[in-house]
Write a protein that binds this ligand. Structure first.
Ligand SMILES: [Zn+2]
Length: 280
């Protein structure tokens, strides 16, 4: 559900983004018939049985893979630990650099691959570990083995990890309605406007891609925020990368709330989103 709703709250493709993604689709012969330009952010959701070249690109005549077809859009990987580990590890480069390099015998080819990764996994092989109503049948060893299929360095590169508890049937059927997609999209667009103004004419457009210098300049914390972050780092043993991610996410939470300064509650919310750092 999350992967279907995210595109509805993202800003529409800009012309530059649309041109870049259209070029990839045209070259791959995947443009929808009768369409000259892609109008919507692409959503790709390859199955875990997809081959390496299908996912990251390759082949005798190098073709763009799913990561490039998701350029400026969303890449959704369901049952994340079921993907072969070697394939998952190749996601580290595009997550970091927004490109994927395919090595050939005498050369290398680079495709753009700047996507939002959304991945879903169960808490254990049987799926009921966190379910209050059904007993989990897995042994601690089986659970460890299952979770360790996702490497620490890969988890490290994912900004937000959250646990989604099972929703009781009654609540699913309930009339309770949260914010609508339109309201959320307006909020996202406001937050992005703040970011555009912040970064001016530098090449950065999003908090997620702040340079280390920008990070120091725009993510200053007060004493209470510093204390929270320091405590989380020592207690959870977070990496330097996770530290920077917490600052970036906290900056975005503050922007969504239209707050100029990052407040301690923004920092603690961002720390809560590092769920898997505590487990793996
Ligand atoms: Zn289980």
């Amino acid at each position: 559900m999350l992967s279907k709703r995210i595109p509805t709250i993202l800003p529409p493709l800009s012309l530059t983004e649309s041109l870049e993604t259209t070029r990839i689709y045209s070259a791959a012969g995947k443009m929808p018939a009768g369409q000259a330009l892609l109008a919507r952010r692409p959503v790709r959701s390859p199955h875990h049985s997809a081959s390496g070249p299908a996912l990251v690109g390759g082949g005798s005549i190098p073709q763009a893979g799913e990561v490039s077809l998701a350029h400026h859009g969303l890449l959704f990987l369901d049952e994340f630990p079921e993907f072969p580990r070697t394939i998952l590890e190749t996601l580290r480069q595009p997550l970091e650099d927004g490109v994927v390099t395919i090595a050939r015998s005498h050369s290398a080819i680079t495709f753009p691959a700047r996507f939002m990764l959304v991945a879903a996994m169960n808490p254990c092989p049987c799926g009921y570990f966190t379910d209050p109503n059904k007993p989990c049948k897995c042994s601690p060893l089986q659970i460890d083995k299952y979770l360790s299929r996702i490497s620490g360095p890969l988890i490290d590169r994912i900004d937000i990890h959250i646990e989604v508890p099972p929703v009781p049937y009654r609540e699913l059927r309930g009339e309770h309605t949260g914010s609508s997609s339109d309201e959320m999209r307006a909020q996202v667009e406001r937050a992005r406007r703040i970011q555009r103004e912040r970064f001016g004419d530098t090449s950065t457009i999003l908090n997620a891609r702040m340079t280390p210098k920008q990070l120091r300049r725009y993510c200053r914390l007060d004493a209470a925020g510093e204390q929270l972050l320091k405590q989380a780092l020592t207690e959870l043993g977070l990496s330097a990368r996770a530290h920077d991610k917490i600052l970036r996410v906290a900056r975005t939470i503050a922007d969504l709330a239209a707050e100029e300064n990052i407040r301690p509650e923004h920092v603690s919310e961002a720390i809560m989103y590092r769920r898997l750092d505590r487990q793996l």
